[in-house]
Ligand binder design. Sequence first.
Ligand code: NI
Length: 432
Amino acid sequence: MNHIIRDTTVLTMNDRNEILERTDVVIENGIIAKIGPKAGETADNANIIDGSGKLVMPGLINCHCHVPMTLLRNYADDMDLQTWLFDHIFPVEDRLNEDDVYWGTLLGIMEMLSTGTTCFADMYYFMDSIASAVESSGIRAQLSRGQTCNEPGSDFSGNQAMKESEEFVRKWNGAADGRITAAMAPHAIYTCSPSYIQAIAEKAGKLGVPIHVHLDETVREHEDSLGTYGKTPAAHLYDLGLFDHKTIAAHCVCITVEDMALMKEKGVSVIHCPASNLKLASGIAPIPEAISAGLNVCIGTDGASSNNNLNMWEDMYLASIIHKGSKRDPKLITAAETLRMATVNGAKALGMSCVGSIREGNKADLIMVDLEKPHLKPMHNLCSALVYSAQGSDVCMTMVDGRILYQDGEFKTIDREKVDYHLEKVCKRLFE
Ligand code: NI
């Protein structure tokens, strides 16, 4: 179906962050066909959407998630990362099956769509279930099977995760009309041996897919790496050749100026996960420094178990204010910069040049925000309003590939009651 959004405000997120007023946006065959005043006056057979009092902007891109972890939301909190992960999260994850992951994923996708996320990058397992949920829901995603193996060796062809990862790439890369792309994901340097990381890098090269990895999330990871390898986690991965492939690196809390130079050389994107880093007390990533070093910085929520939601607006808010506070410099990370991280920078990180901004010819991955809310008035500055005042619940419409997936509280592709029904059953089995 074609759509015309009439008489609306558009935040383009083009190079000048241009804002267009009282304009129409015409969406044809999944593409933003025309933008301009009265551009949608003559089109017929289109769904007309009244855009007055609303904002059209690019859908948000969540670059680091473990979406089925919605199942573990508020299950284990207020403890350090190692205890949280090894004593609480991993034991429940051992009991997960593909059905659990499917319903947990749909729940996460509902949350993302209702808060304006149109694309997410995910690392988990039971990837067929996640891909199926992405396919049926209509959202866009870069998916990867997280791999862990601390054994040394030279031949990992018999390794289960490696096999699943390769099968996943072959089966799903480019599926769902191109909405699904695949990556390979060595979980982290503390869960993967050097030779395993090298084997994954080699395989990614052969399959022609990018890399998604956790990098330098905690002081402990950083210091263990210095102790074991005599170098930082980033230098370790650089030397292993992982960064020779297009890479997105989550967290980067402890990266050094030297690491930033290595990452810049290889075009590695930094995924800032402020809520997760603060909640797990990992620290504050040197994002202003990373931006000064010329690195592409995007934003991720991480899983719902360390955040505890998948609402990008909260992470945008934190991304913009924590550096000001910790560095005592209110000029750091402006609202406009933050919006770029959550949109165009995310698209760049994931190699998706046709989303992330509102421009003619781009795929219609866009959202509408209700600007008539009391907490958004008066509208002195749109970017400030979006980053410092807006809430995820201000999103009133979410569209991917020109298809409306969420509008005014309703999910168009997901049966909410069915998800709730299965969720209850899944949780009963997992936690009782
Ligand atoms: Ni993570």
